[in-house]
Design a protein around this ligand. Structure first.
Ligand code: ATP
Ligand code: MG
Length: 299
């Protein structure tokens, strides 16, 4: 691997489901860039952190080769390529650093709608089309089921109709694509989302501090993603009922309003603050409820 680089390089998907959310997350961690003319490289301006825009499948390999230091990629892709390396007897060089909370999907077994699903044993001797042979193989092994894996690079969902396979193992989010091909998901073998991927070994130079700074900022962003600051007052005796309605809040800051039995509170709440919740809080005794957005947080 490359050592002695003094800038951090992050690979993200150029075009696709993860490109926009990945950029948005990095931007909210305080990064900004100048794009190259070919739009493949973004030079970091606010920090020495550059972006490389690539196909998502290339991201684990770029980290393995030391061309990039970090990457934003689906867990499904990362695990698949980790499995491929393991199968080839190569050491693990990249791993998941953080789950990022977007790009959620499942790697699922889907069978023709007409099947009466009875469980994994039913897959014995069947042909399963997938783009994820390593994860499927590992799962079949764990289930002690012997089936044939048909590796396809795309259009997996039409394989049963074409007679190439009996069923499939593919990514599912809404299930609409499956339904359109008369297939139904019966079992998830992986829950996936976008992750920050990085090397197994620590960086031996200034990149370690840069990665650390970035991680702390990203953690701050991820922690407050749906968070709101709630301000309100409540009579002291209503406090227990009010707090019961705030199970997702950090321990609130409280102070007594001068010369009264009223308390003023501020609480950081991590769940959604709907009108319904505000009305429930009001019924419990809270007054002057105010919901404020949280822009940044540094723990
Ligand atoms: P590239 O051109 O970069 O190779 P791609 O076609 O492989 O793009 P996308 O379809 O943009 O990739 O999907 C990127 C990632 O988004 C997937 O690997 C997966 O982690 C996630 N994802 C979320 N929902 C879905 C879904 N319904 N189908 C496929 N991927 C999904
Ligand atoms: Mg791809």
């Amino acid at each position: 691997t490359t050592t002695g680089r003094d800038r951090l390089r992050i690979a993200i998907q150029k075009n696709g489901r993860l490109s926009e959310p990945a950029r948005a997350l990095l931007a909210s961690a305080g990064l900004s860039w100048r794009e190259s003319r070919d739009k493949l490289f973004c030079y970091g301006e606010s920090l020495p952190v550059d972006l490389l825009l690539v196909r998502d499948d290339d991201i684990p390999g770029l980290i393995a080769d030391g061309v990039c230091d970090l990457g934003v990629v689906g867990r499904n892709v990362l695990l698949e390529q980790a499995g491929e390396r393991a199968e080839a007897g190569k050491p693990a060089v990249f791993r998941e650093w953080r789950a990022l909370g977007f790009g959620g999907c499942r790697l699922s077994i889907a069978v023709p709608e007409g099947w009466d699903w009875q469980g994994p044993a039913q897959l014995a001797g069947k042909r399963i089309a997938t783009t994820y042979p390593n994860q499927l193989r590992a799962w079949l092994r764990a289930q002690q089921v012997d089936a044939d894996i048909v590796v396809l690079n795309g259009s997996v969902e039409i394989a049963p109709r074409l007679g190439q396979a009996d069923l499939i193992c593919d990514l599912v989010s809404s299930g609409a694509t499956l339904a359109a091909n008369q297939l139904k998901p019966v079992l998830d073998i992986l829950r996936s989302e976008a992750v920050l991927a990085g090397p197994v070994a620590p960086f031996g130079d200034v990149r370690a501090e840069l990665a650390d700074l970035l991680l702390r900022r990203m953690d701050g962003v991820l922690r407050i993603r749906d968070s709101k600051l709630l301000l309100f007052q409540t009579p002291r005796e209503a406090l227990p009922q009010v707090l019961q309605l705030l199970p997702d809040a950090e321990p609130p800051t409280m102070c007594a309003v001068d010369g009264s039995e009223t308390l003023a509170l501020q609480a950081l709440c991590h769940g959604a603050m709907t009108w319904q919740r505000l009305e429930d809080l009001k019924r419990a005794g809270a007054r002057g409820l105010m919901v404020l957005p949280v822009e940044r947080m540094l723990a």
